[in-house]
Design a binder for this molecule. Structure first.
Ligand SMILES: [Fe+2]
Ligand SMILES: [Fe+2]
Length: 230
């Protein structure tokens, strides 16, 4: 992806390069999964140093290519790719979702009276967690097994894809709200290590989810995504 192309949108950068969410956050650029604003226009509008942000994005892209140099998602069969997604991303969520929930409850108890925005973070996170838990089960029971005989299960895959892609968009919206509520995961002064750890894990979860959704929407389900101008 050429980030310097004037037609590139913020949403398409995050879909291709999940780490960009952190870079955009650092520059105070608002993004969302369906963000149609042009990157170059936003850079000008916000008076951001063009060269610095392009270099940061290019560096992150290089790192990503290095990490995945031996894995070619585009040539994997849907069955192999869905097994990879389950092993890598679903297992990660099953471990991390409850861990963050506990940490959030702890920091809310300790810091909630001073940092009242944590109540909103807690509420949004609770929604995200329960939506995702249902979502993982839907994929594992209704979608992934259908790829074992894709030709015979086209209708089922198309129906489930529509639901799954809509759920991804809903998760993307909650992630964006969480980013706002936490002021881009900025750690306030004078808080404890648990607070820091919670925000770090939340930001990591956001990046992992972008990566995960990218693999599902743009590779696994690319032939079933019927959204206009996706
Ligand atoms: Fe998934
Ligand atoms: Fe998914």
């Amino acid at each position: 992806m050429n980030f310097r192309d004037h037609n590139i949108t913020i949403g398409s950068v995050v879909a291709e390069l999940p780490r960009a969410s952190k870079i955009f956050g650092g520059y105070g650029i608002d993004f969302c999964c369906g963000g149609h604003r042009n990157l170059s226009a936003v850079i000008k509008e916000q008076g951001i140093s063009e060269e610095a942000i392009y270099l940061a994005l290019e560096e992150a892209q290089k790192e990503r290519e290095e990490t995945y140099k031996d894995i070619s998602f585009n040539t994997m069969s849907p069955t192999v790719l869905s097994t990879y997604i389950e092993d890598r991303h679903h297992n990660y969520l099953r471990e991390t979702l409850p861990e963050i929930a506990e940490l959030l409850a702890t920091i809310l108890r300790v810091h909630g009276n001073k940092h009242t925005e944590l109540f909103e973070v807690y509420r949004l996170y609770g929604m995200l967690k329960s939506d995702l838990e249902q979502h993982l089960l839907r994929e594992e029971t209704m979608l992934f097994p259908s790829f074992e005989d894709e030709a015979a299960n086209q209708k089922q895959i198309a129906e489930q894809s529509a639901i799954i892609i809509t759920e991804h968009e809903a998760a993307g919206e909650v992630l964006e709200k969480l980013r706002h509520a936490t002021k881009h995961y900025q750690i306030p002064e004078g808080v404890c290590g648990t607070y820091r750890k919670t925000f770090e894990l939340l930001e990591e979860l956001e990046m992992d989810l972008h990566e995960h959704i990218h693999l599902e929407n743009n590779i696994l389900l690319k032939n079933y995504d019927t959204r206009a101008g996706k």
